[in-house]
Design a protein around this ligand. Structure first.
Ligand code: SF4
Length: 345
């Protein structure tokens, strides 16, 4: 018999089928929500939930009365992050939601409920033994080297894992479950209806990028990116790695997508539709600028300078160079002020 799941539990584990059933029983539909004040309130809460995730925070229901609202905002948050088409926003959202669920799971005292959640997650490991195939499925995205199959004890096609390691795999599985299916395929009419809320999230993303990197400063770009921009401007055909690295970097430092696409417009064989499609594809599907080691492997680490010796990532180069340029400007300003107050001889 299936474990009965209470309302509080549904707020803790909103991916359970019962949570979706609860919403259906209340007749809550996503389309048209912006037309009612309660719908707008849900959308506001969902927006806040995503923005908090950008800052590494999670929301928690204040009381049992909030449970339905909490589940609705969870669903709407997934819709809104999908509308932004911003991979980093989706990743941050998934990470925070996964941390939240895992926090509840870790503290859970109801063993039957834990079993039920594990069943939904399909992670019942029982005696701490996993088949190699299942182990690879669950552990392939865990970064630490100890999780690589070559570093594990494998016997008869089975991998042994400790209770603590089982917890890590459960946390990873929760993240996978939450991120699976994102971005959702949101109908155009709903994306249009929710534009004020998804735009608010994108503005928050932009603000945080600006806070992290400040105003864009081309003279602080690392040599590799400068070389790629020059090549694009001269009409050279950039490799996929070059195109991806340049686009991701410019996006990471806060350049809007249209402006990134505009860089390709300097090329003589510029095709606006194709360029927008490619830029959009890179920004929505892949996101982070590759590290220096990856850039080197792909042949796009070029014209290294002295600062390159002290960084391992082009974004770290940019941060350091910006700081150096800011410092130089301050020194220059102080010198000019000093010259102004110098009495005439
Ligand atoms: S070392 Fe890094 S920052 Fe410097 S040129 Fe190579 S990839 Fe770019």
């Amino acid at each position: 018999m299936r474990t009965s799941v209470g309302k509080r539990d549904l707020a803790h584990y909103p991916f359970l089928h019962e949570a979706q059933e609860l919403l259906a029983s209340r007749g809550i539909k996503v389309a048209g929500l912006s037309g009612s004040s309660s719908g707008r309130s849900y959308l506001d809460k969902a927006t806040e939930r995503v923005i908090l995730a950008l800052d590494g925070k999670s929301v928690y229901p204040e009381s049992l009365d909030d449970v339905v609202s909490d589940i609705v905002t969870y669903v709407l948050s997934k819709v809104l992050v999908s509308c932004t088409k911003d991979k980093r926003t989706m990743d941050r959202f998934c990470k925070m939601e996964a941390n939240r669920v895992y926090g509840f799971f870790h503290m859970e005292e109801n063993a039957l409920l834990k079993e039920r959640v594990c069943e939904e997650l399909d992670v019942t490991t029982g005696d701490g033994l996993l088949t190699v195939v299942r182990y690879i499925e669950l552990a392939s995205r865990v970064r630490d080297a100890k999780w690589r199959l070559v570093n594990r004890e494998v016997e008869g096609g089975v991998v042994k894992i400790s209770a603590d390691e089982q917890d890590v795999l459960i946390a990873e599985r929760i993240r996978t479950i939450i991120s699976s299916g994102l971005p959702l395929d949101v109908p155009e009419s709903i994306a249009r209806e929710f534009l004020p809320w998804s735009d608010k999230i994108l503005s928050a993303v932009q603000e945080r990028t600006l806070a992290e990197f400040g105003a864009i400063e081309e003279s602080a770009y690392p040599p590799c990116i400068q070389a790629l921009i020059s090549a694009a401007a001269s009409g050279a055909n950039l490799s996929h790695s070059g195109r991806f690295s340049m686009t991701a970097f410019l996006h990471n430092v806060g350049m809007p997508a249209e402006q990134v696409a505009g860089i390709f417009a300097r090329s003589p064989d510029y095709n606006a539709d194709m360029t927008n499609y490619q830029v959009d594809h890179i920004l929505t599907n892949e996101y982070t600028t590759p590290s220096c080691a990856t850039m080197l492997t792909h042949g796009v680490c070029v014209n290294k300078d002295k600062l390159c010796d002290s960084v391992s990532h082009p974004l770290n180069y940019y941060r350091s160079k910006k700081k150096m340029l800011d410092k130089m400007r301050l020194i220059e300003e102080a010198r000019e002020k000093k010259d102004e107050v110098q009495p005439e001889p």
